[in-house]
Design a protein around this ligand. Structure first.
Ligand code: ADE
Length: 224
């Protein structure tokens, strides 16, 4: 898979891809992540990519010109399955969406900034708008990192079997069960006996019951 992230702050996005599962997936060639500086596509002397909003009002708007130049240059090289825009008014990211995105070949993520992007970009270049939650970030970079992380870890080979995504929370609309490790008794705080029993079927059953219980308590909306 190839993820091209268009941003005015490429440095902000370097670190998330330099560690752990994402780094390993990139090193293994399972995914290629390119950070593209939008300013490289600006024709202004100052390399600016934003301007005042027509009609007035506070805040700058990301202009269509550099974005169109950038996306068209990328599209001249390959076909993209989705051109994503990060925005608090986009569709809320969830596991199902990440699963769907993880099987695509090439995607672009355009990181929003300032007051947003000229609506013509959204109308003519963007195929999917994603929000990572009902709160406003200073820019779309962290959202792009969250979206990329949730996608990349699902690509076969990105994770070892023991960290398999199949047992993640949300994968079957249930939250994950509680987990424990050694010591089995810490100052009288004991690990549930069943987990020490070695009886796989009983343990699986217990974990499933715990998942349902946890989901009922914390996220009953998922069970509907
Ligand atoms: N940009 C600013 N806030 C955002 C959010 N909640 N999700 C995605 N992009 C954003």
């Amino acid at each position: 898979m190839r993820i091209d992230i268009i941003t005015v702050l490429p440095q902000l996005l370097e670190s998330p891809f330099q560690h752990s599962i994402l780094k390993r997936a990139i090193d293994k060639g399972i995914v290629e992540v390119n950070l593209i500086n939008l300013r490289d596509y600006s024709t202004h002397k100052q390399k600016s990519v934003d301007d005042y909003a027509f009609g007035g009002g506070a805040g700058m708007v990301m202009g269509i010109e550099p974005i169109a130049n950038c996306i068209n240059a990328l599209k001249a090289e390959r076909r993209y399955d989705q051109v994503i825009y990060t925005s608090p008014d986009g569709e809320l990211l969830n596991q199902k969406m990440s699963n769907q995105l993880s099987i695509l070949k090439n995607i672009i993520i355009l990181c929003g900034h300032y007051k947003g992007v000229d609506q013509r970009v959204r109308d003519h270049f963007i195929t999917k708008e994603i929000s990572i939650g009902d709160y406003v970030l200073s820019g779309g970079e962290l959202a792009a990192a969250v979206i990329s992380d949730s996608i990349i870890r699902l690509i076969p080979g990105a994770m070892s079997d023991e960290t398999s995504a199949l047992t993640d929370s949300f994968q079957d609309n249930l939250l994950a069960p509680p987990v424990y490790t050694r010591p089995a008794d810490f100052n009288g705080m004991k690990v549930p006996e069943i987990l020490l029993s070695g009886h796989t079927a009983n343990i699986d059953h217990w974990r499933h019951e715990q998942s349902i219980q946890r989901t009922k308590e914390r996220r009953p909306d998922l069970l509907k």
